[in-house]
Design a protein around this ligand. Structure first.
Ligand SMILES: *[C@@H]1O[C@H](CO)[C@@H](O)[C@H](O)[C@H]1NC(C)=O
Ligand SMILES: *[C@@H]1O[C@H](CO)[C@@H](O)[C@H](O)[C@H]1NC(C)=O
Ligand SMILES: *[C@@H]1O[C@H](CO)[C@@H](O)[C@H](O)[C@H]1NC(C)=O
Ligand SMILES: *[C@@H]1O[C@H](CO)[C@@H](O)[C@H](O)[C@H]1NC(C)=O
Ligand SMILES: *[C@@H]1O[C@H](CO)[C@@H](O)[C@H](O)[C@H]1NC(C)=O
Ligand SMILES: *[C@@H]1O[C@H](CO)[C@@H](O)[C@H](O)[C@H]1NC(C)=O
Ligand SMILES: *[C@@H]1O[C@H](CO)[C@@H](O)[C@H](O)[C@H]1NC(C)=O
Ligand SMILES: *[C@@H]1O[C@H](CO)[C@@H](O)[C@H](O)[C@H]1NC(C)=O
Ligand SMILES: *[C@@H]1O[C@H](CO)[C@@H](O)[C@H](O)[C@H]1NC(C)=O
Ligand SMILES: *[C@@H]1O[C@H](CO)[C@@H](O)[C@H](O)[C@H]1NC(C)=O
Ligand SMILES: *[C@@H]1O[C@H](CO)[C@@H](O)[C@H](O)[C@H]1NC(C)=O
Length: 863
C-alpha cells in the first residue's frame, strides 16, 4: 500500500478512468499509448489482455522489490511470467513503456530508453497480444513486424516454435540474464554454460530419435516436447508426455530445463534435464565438489579452501592463486609468468564438459598435456585420461567438479595455479605464517629457488630445443617421408606406415587371409617379427586425408579386449590401408560354418559374450558412441581360447553419404540387416543389436539363418547323394522363424546344432534363443541394449520375454522363403536371399501381393 501514497497526482484522473472502465482490456493497443505500473496499479500493472484472457501484458515487480519493475507477459491462470522485455534493466513503478509508430520503448525515470524493439521499415499500427501469448507488433496491413515469440527469453509455451539458431537463456533470481543457455542446433537441443555443453536432448533417456532429418524448430504441445524438421512434418526427436492442455518449457535459473503442465490449479513437473544436480556446471560454484545423494552436497576438494565472499567457490590452499583467464590473444604474460603448478583433484572426480568435448590430444603423456595448458593463458586446468593418454583442457571459466559414478572414468584433474599472490587480488590471506604445503597434491613442487634455476635452464635450452622438439613430435607419427605426407596434423594417430614398408611386410600382398565389405586382408610380418593383418580398403572413394585420419585417430584410440586393435595405417596417394593385430583363428564364419572341428557350446557362449561385450563398449563405453553397422560372423574374429574380437568397427564412418547407401545394398549376407535399414528410419545402435541377435541364432544352429535345409517330414532319402532324390522336396527354411515357432512351443532342443547332440541342455539353448528373439524384434525400441544383452547372457539380468507381435515380420519373410523354394525346386542356387527386397515390400503390400511379388522375382531371377 505504501507505494500507492507516492502516486503523482497527475495520474489520478487516468486512474479514475480505469476504475470506471472496470479494468477490462482489449487484445490490441494502438500507438501513442503509454503505461507504467502506477497507471495501471488497480490491475496489478496489466494493460493488455489476450482475447479470452489467457495471457496478459503487465508492468510488474516479480520479486516484490519496490524498485524493480519489468514489462512482462503473464499466463493469467497460473500467474506465471512467460516473457520479459527488459530483463537486464529494471525500471521504477512510475517509469513508462511507450508504444509509438516506431515500436515499443521502455524508459527510466529520466526518460532514457533502457529497452526498445528494433527499427522497422514500416510504421507500427497496433500491438496485439494473441491467445497463444505472443506479443505482436503489426503494420497497417496487419503483417507482423516483430513478435515476442521470436525473441525468446527463458520460456516457450504451448504451440510456440523455437527456431534453429535461437536459444533460451536462464533468468537469475534478481531477474537479470543468467549464464545457462538452451541452444537449438540442426540436430539437437543442447544445454550450455559459457558455451560449454552439459546436456543433449538426444542423449537423454526419455528422448526418442525418430528421424535424421535436419531440425528446424523445437515445440511443445499436448503430446510432449518435439524437435521438428521438414517444415514441421517430421518429428526428429521427441519426449512423450501425458496429454495436457497447457504446458511450458523453461530454462530454470539453476540451469535445469524443465517442462511442466498446468492443470488449472497447479503446475506439475513432467520432465527435468539434466536429472542429476551435479551435472549442472556451476552447481557448487567454481571448483566446488558436488557429491550426489538424495540431494547434492557441496564441499571443496582436498587442498582447496572455501573462497572469500566475492570469489565464491574454492581456491587453492597455501600461497597459490588461480590464474586470471585471458582472451587467448595474449599468451605472453603468462608464458613468462614463472610459477605455474598443478593441483591434482581427488581420484574419481570429473568435469561436466569432458563428457561432451573431445580431448584436444590423444596418446600424449601427462607432462605434454600440462605443457599444453601452461602455454595457453585461457587454459585453467586439464583432465588427463591415463589409459588412453587423452588430454582435455578446461578453458575460460571453471565450473564445479563432481564425484564420478562411472567406473570407466580414469581421468584425473589438474588445476592450474600460480605460485605467490601476484595476479590475484582475491582472498587477502593474513596468515602467511600458516603456509602449509599440500605435499600430496602438488605435482610440480616449485621451491622458488630451485624453480628459478630450472626456469633459467629451460629458457637457455628453449631456443636450441626448438627444432629438436619438432622432430620429437613428428616422430610420434612413424616415418614421415615423401611429399605425400603433407601437413596433416591429427593428434593421437596410431603408427603411420609407408606403402613400401607394407609391401615388404606382406611379401607383395601375397597371403590373402580374408575379404569383406571394405576390402581384402593380407597377412604380414613386420620387421620386429610381429604378425599383423593388413586391410587394403576398397570400395571407398578417395576421401580427404584429414577426414580419414580423424576417423583413424578415433578408431586407434579404442581399446577393448573384445575389439580388434588397430595398430597403424597408411594413407598414401589413393591408397588407404589399415594394420590390425593378427587373429590366428580367423573369422567366426569359418569355425562355425566350416568343416573343421565343431565349436563346443561353451565356446559358443564365450564368443557370444565377447561379441556382446565388444559391442556394448562401442555403444556406451567409449567417448564417442560408435554404431558398427555391419555385425556378422565375418567380422567376428577369433583368437586362442576362442576369445572373440569385433573387427571393422568405426569404418562405416569413413564412407561418404552416397557411398553409405551403396554400402547398405552392397553387403552380400543381408540377413543381418535390421529392418530399419530398409524403411529409411533412423539407424541407432539397436541396428547392431538386431544383427547380433541373428548371429546368436546362427551360433545355436551352426548354420546360416538363410540356408536351405532338407525337409524332415518327407521320405527318408536313403540314397545319400543329393542327385538321386528327385522325390524328396527341399524347402528353404528361414531359421529365425523356425526359432520363433520352437520358442512358442518350448521345443528349444530342436534348434540346436545336430553336431552338439546330447552335450547341451534345453535351458542353455533357451537362453540363447530368447535373447536372440529379443534382439531381432522389429521395433528397435523393444530390443535390449547391448549392456542388457551382456547381463542376460552372463545371467545377472533375467531373460526378457520377446514381444511376439514385434516378431510377426519373421513370418512374412519365412513364408516368402517357403513359397520361393517350392517354385524354385531343384536348382541349387546358393543363398537366394530374398530378405531385404521382400521385407521392404511388406510395408506397402498385403500378403497376397507380397507372395506374387516374390514369385515374380523368382521366375525372372537367374537360373
Ligand atoms: C476463446 O474462447 C472461446 C470459447 O471458450 C473459444 O471458442 C475461442 O476459440 C477462444 N478464442 C481463442 C482465440 O482461443
Ligand atoms: C512516452 O510517452 C509520454 C507520454 O506520451 C511522453 O511524455 C514521454 O516522453 C514518452 N517517452 C519516450 C521515451 O518517448
Ligand atoms: C487488422 O485486424 C483488425 C482486427 O482483427 C481488423 O479490425 C482490421 O480491419 C484489420 N486491418 C486490415 C488492413 O486487414
Ligand atoms: C544480478 O546478480 C548477478 C550475480 O549475482 C550480478 O552480476 C548482476 O549484476 C545482478 N543484476 C542486477 C540488476 O542487480
Ligand atoms: C503435437 O505435435 C506433434 C508433431 O507435430 C503431432 O504429431 C501431435 O499430434 C501434436 N499433438 C497435439 C495434441 O496437437
Ligand atoms: C511450411 O508450413 C507452413 C504452414 O504450415 C506453410 O505456410 C508454408 O508454405 C510451408 N513452407 C514450405 C516450404 O513448405
Ligand atoms: C576479451 O574478449 C571479450 C569478448 O570476447 C572482449 O569483449 C574483450 O574486449 C576482450 N578483452 C581483451 C583484453 O582482449
Ligand atoms: C612425454 O612425452 C614427450 C614427447 O612425447 C617426451 O619428450 C617426454 O619425455 C615425455 N615425458 C615423460 C615424463 O615421459
Ligand atoms: C595462445 O595459445 C592458444 C592455445 O595454445 C593459441 O591457440 C593461440 O594462438 C595463442 N595466442 C598467441 C597470441 O600466441
Ligand atoms: C597410469 O598408468 C600407468 C600404467 O599405464 C600406471 O603405472 C600409473 O600408476 C597410472 N597412474 C595413475 C595416476 O593412475
Ligand atoms: C590488484 O589490486 C591492486 C591494488 O589493490 C590494483 O592496483 C591492481 O590493478 C589489482 N590487480 C588486479 C589484477 O585486479
Amino acid at each position: 500500500m505504501g507505494s500507492f501514497l507516492f502516486i503523482p497526482t497527475v495520474f489520478l484522473p487516468f486512474l479514475l478512468f480505469i476504475l470506471v472502465s472496470g479494468g477490462s482490456f482489449s487484445e490490441f493497443i494502438y500507438p501513442d499509448f503509454s503505461a507504467s505500473y502506477f497507471h495501471f496499479i488497480d490491475n496489478a500493472g496489466a494493460f493488455l489482455s489476450s482475447r479470452n484472457g489467457t495471457f496478459k501484458a503487465a508492468i510488474v515487480n516479480p520479486d516484490a522489490n519496490q524498485h524493480n519493475f519489468y514489462l512482462c507477459i503473464i499466463h493469467t491462470a497460473s500467474n506465471t511470467i512467460i516473457w520479459t522485455a527488459n530483463r537486464d534493466a529494471s525500471i521504477s513503478a512510475s517509469a513508462e513503456m511507450n508504444l509509438t509508430a516506431k515500436g515499443i520503448s521502455i524508459s527510466d525515470d529520466d526518460g532514457n530508453p533502457v529497452w526498445s524493439t528494433p527499427q522497422f521499415k514500416s510504421s507500427v499500427s497496433a500491438l496485439l497480444l494473441n491467445e497463444m501469448g505472443n506479443l505482436i507488433l503489426l503494420d497497417q496491413f496487419n503483417h507482423s513486424l516483430w513478435e515476442s515469440f521470436q525473441n525468446p527469453r527463458d520460456t516457450i509455451v504451448y504451440g510456440q516454435h523455437l527456431p534453429v539458431g535461437s536459444f533460451l537463456s536462464s533468468t537469475l533470481s534478481n531477474f537479470s540474464t543468467g549464464d545457462y543457455k538452451l541452444v537449438l542446433s540442426g540436430s539437437d537441443a543442447i544445454l550450455q554454460w559459457h558455451g560449454q555443453t552439459y546436456w543433449k536432448l538426444s542423449m537423454d533417456t526419455s528422448a526418442y530419435t525418430n528421424s535424421d532429418a535436419i531440425v528446424e524448430y523445437m515445440a511443445i504441445n499436448g503430446t510432449g516436447l518435439q524437435l521438428l524438421g521438414r517444415n514441421g512434418t517430421v518429428v526428429v526427436i521427441q519426449v512423450l508426455l501425458s496429454p495436457s492442455d497447457f504446458r511450458i518449457a523453461k530454462l530454470d535459473s539453476s540451469g535445469k530445463f524443465i517442462v511442466q503442465s498446468f492443470s488449472g490449479t497447479d503446475w506439475k513437473q513432467e520432465f527435468v534435464a539434466p536429472t542429476g544436480d551435479c551435472q549442472i556446471p556451476s552447481v557448487c560454484g567454481r571448483l566446488g565438489l558436488c557429491t550426489a545423494s538424495t540431494t547434492h552436497s557441496c564441499s571443496c576438494p582436498v587442498n582447496f579452501l572455501v573462497g572469500s565472499q566475492d570469489t565464491g567457490g574454492c581456491v587453492p590452499s597455501g600461497s597459490y592463486s588461480l590464474p586470471v583467464p585471458c582472451n587467448s590473444t595474449d599468451n605472453g604474460s603468462q608464458l613468462n609468468s614463472p610459477a605455474v603448478s598443478y593441483f591434482r583433484l581427488d581420484y574419481g572426480t570429473d568435469y561436466f564438459s569432458n563428457i561432451f568435448f573431445d580431448p584436444v590430444r590423444y596418446g600424449v603423456n601427462l607432462s605434454t598435456c600440462q605443457d599444453l595448458c601452461s602455454k595457453d593463458c585461457s587454459c585453467l586446468g586439464i583432465f588427463y585420461g591415463n589409459s588412453s593418454g587423452s588430454c582435455y583442457t578446461l578453458k575460460d571459466v571453471l565450473g564445479s567438479i563432481f564425484v564420478s559414478e562411472s567406473a570407466q572414468n580414469d581421468r584425473l584433474g589438474y588445476i592450474k595455479a600460480l605460485v605467490g599472490s601476484t595476479p590475484s587480488n582475491f582472498s587477502d590471506n593474513k596468515n602467511p605464517s600458516r603456509k602449509k604445503f599440500p605435499v600430496v597434491a602438488l605435482v610440480l613442487l616449485p621451491f622458488s629457488g630451485f624453480f628459478l634455476l630450472v626456469a633459467l635452464g629451460f629458457l637457455l635450452w628453449g631456443r636450441r630445443g626448438q627444432s629438436k622438439k619438432r622432430d620429437i613430435k613428428l616422430g610420434h607419427f612413424g616415418s614421415l617421408s615423401s611429399g605425400d605426407m603433407d601437413a596433416v596434423y591429427i593428434p593421437g594417430l596410431p603408427r603411420r606406415f609407408d606403402l613400401e614398408e607394407l609391401e615388404v611386410a606382406t611379401d607383395g600382398f601375397k597371403t590373402l587371409i580374408g575379404s569383406g565389405g571394405f576390402g581384402v586382408v593380407y597377412k604380414a610380418v613386420l620387421p620386429d617379427k610381429t604378425v599383423v593383418a593388413v586391410k587394403k580398403i576398397m570400395n571407398l572413394g578417395v576421401q580427404g586425408k584429414k577426414d580419414f585420419c580423424t576417423e583413424i585417430a578415433i578408431i586407434g584410440n579404442i581399446h577393448h579386449a573384445n575389439l580388434v586393435k588397430l595398430k597403424g595405417f597408411c594413407a598414401q596417394g589413393r591408397q588407404r590401408l589399415l594394420v590390425y593385430e593378427y587373429m590366428n583363428r580367423g573369422s567366426l564364419d569359418r569355425s562355425l560354418f566350416g568343416t573343421g572341428p565343431v565349436l563346443e557350446w561353451q565356446e559358443r557362449l564365450d564368443i557370444a559374450l565377447g561379441t556382446a561385450r565388444g559391442l556394448a563398449y562401442l555403444h556406451s563405453g567409449c567417448e564417442q558412441k560408435i554404431i558398427h553397422c555391419d555385425v556378422k560372423p565375418e567380422n567376428i574374429l577369433l583368437h586362442d581360447q576362442f576369445q572373440a574380437k569385433i573387427s571393422d568397427f568405426g569404418l562405416s564412418k569413413l564412407l561418404t553419404p552416397e557411398q553409405s547407401s551403396l554400402f547398405t545394398t552392397m553387403r552380400g549376407t543381408r540377413g543381418y540387416l535390421a529392418p530399419e535399414w530398409l524403411t529409411n528410419s533412423a539407424i541407432s545402435e539397436k541396428a547392431d543389436v538386431y544383427s547380433f541377435g541373428m548371429v546368436l541364432l546362427e551360433l545355436v544352429s551352426g548354420r546360416r539363418n538363410t540356408l536351405r535345409l532338407q525337409s524332415h517330414s518327407l521320405n527318408n532319402s536313403g540314397s545319400g547323394g543329393g542327385q538321386s532324390s528327385s522325390s524328396s522336396v527341399s524347402l528353404l527354411v528361414y531359421f529365425p522363424l523356425f526359432a520363433l515357432e520352437m520358442h512358442e512351443q518350448g521345443r528349444y532342443l530342436e534348434l540346436v546344432d545336430l553336431r552338439l547332440e546330447g552335450r547341451v541342455t534345453s535351458e542353455e539353448v533357451e537362453k540363447f534363443v530368447r535373447v536372440a528373439l529379443c534382439c531381432v524384434q522389429e521395433d528397435p525400441t523393444l530390443r535390449p541394449s547391448t549392456n542388457t544383452v551382456v547381463g542376460m547372457l552372463e545371467g545377472g539380468i533375467p531373460l526378457g520375454q520377446p514381444n511376439l507381435e514385434s516378431l510377426n515380420f519373421l513370418r512374412f519373410i519365412g513364408r516368402g522363403f517357403t513359397e520361393a523354394s517350392m517354385i524354385d525346386e531343384g536348382t541349387d542356387q546358393n543363398e537366394r536371399v530374398l530378405y531385404p527386397e521382400a521385407y521392404a515390400s511388406t510395408a506397402t503390400m498385403d500378403s497376397r501381393t507380397f507372395f506374387s511379388y516374390i514369385s515374380s522375382q523368382q521366375v525372372s531371377g537367374p537360373r
